[in-house]
Design a protein around this ligand. Sequence first.
Ligand SMILES: Cc1ncc(COP(=O)(O)O)c(C=O)c1O
Length: 421
Amino acid sequence: MDVSETTTAIIPFLDLAAPHLELAQELTDVFRKVMLTAGFVGGPVVEQFETAFAAFCRVEHSVGVSSGTDALRFALMASGVMAGDVVLTVPNTFIATTEAISQVGAMPEVVDIDDRTYNMSVEKLQEFLEGKCRRTDSGKLISLRSNRPVTAIIPVHLYGQMCDMDSILALAEHYGLTVIEDACQAHGAEYFSRKLNRLMKAGSMGHAAAFSFYPGKNLGACGEGGAVTTNDAALAARIRMLRDHGQVKKYYHDVEGYNGRLDALQAGFLHAKLPHLEQWNTQRRDCAARYNSLLADNPAVTVPYEPHWSRAVYHLYVIRTTARDEMMTHLKNAGISTGLHYPIPLHLQNAYTQLNYRRGDFPVAERAAAEILSLPIFPQLTAQKQSRVAEEALAFHSQTPTDDVRSGSDSLDVVELVAKQ
Ligand SMILES: Cc1ncc(COP(=O)(O)O)c(C=O)c1O
């Protein structure tokens, strides 16, 4: 047995070195090529990756940008979301989703999530659109909460699992809303569309979608990167302009834009990694299935739920337990790293006090935030290491009187939980 498989070895949350060692030669070749051609920004290396990534997502256009945050921001702007609009999303996402909304001058409003998938609840979205908005004579949808026009929805495909897109798109169409998928955690995830009667890839269903290539993502750069995918050629053209100072050609600026380009080195690295993504996603799915069976039948632990229409790619493997903090500490003491995605829902963050949400407004997201725990997952994670993670998680539970755990955690305060980390 390898020393790294012993019962005392540290188990990292993520191993970013492993894929780079596997692909050392290809990545070094990319580096050499970019150095020798000195085409650092834009050019054929970026274009080749964009074409390959569009094909991977089964869309017509992919535009490389400098981060997932810029991808969201540019997608919103290019779709016509205006300053003063409301964009609907969820409280349990990385703050970049709502930052992008605010940065275009719009206001985020959130709806609660589904208790099992942790993604946007279609029922809550419908409730919001039907009961918490009014229509003006000209047909505009106005949020009663903020008295502002609601123009777009950002469903977030959290942890690598797609939202129920048929239902979200049907509601969006009915209310005339733009849908921008936040696919930053969902490269390669699939959804069986009952409407289209086929599997659809993340990033191919909304008007546009945003991807992040932050190093820890399923497809990660060796630095920052992102992309917008879309089937709308005009929208892709606007994003190409926005990412490059509003230029249509060098020094001809139709609008003010941004410095938001994907650089050639990152595009080259991503292009070298892309052919491996399906395999890495399969390995992640295998890891998830293994955890599911190792943790099965333990009433104290809830494993991730994958609806029949979903093929998740497990960017994160998130369990739920009412004794989350104690389990996290136990695993840490056993040399096992875990994560919290995310400990404080966005509506309770200091950054959003001006939105005037209160604790209790989104009970499903709030409760999930107090109970979720992300276990180590990455393509190269071995079955032995997974067994040890599961053993420690379950050993912890067999030592814990269930009643105490349950009653103690019912009154969990999210802020308190974070302070204890
Ligand atoms: C759900 C979600 N949205 C947006 C982003 C922003 O991506 P980036 O960090 O590349 O700007 C991330 C990345 O962490 C994310 O997880």
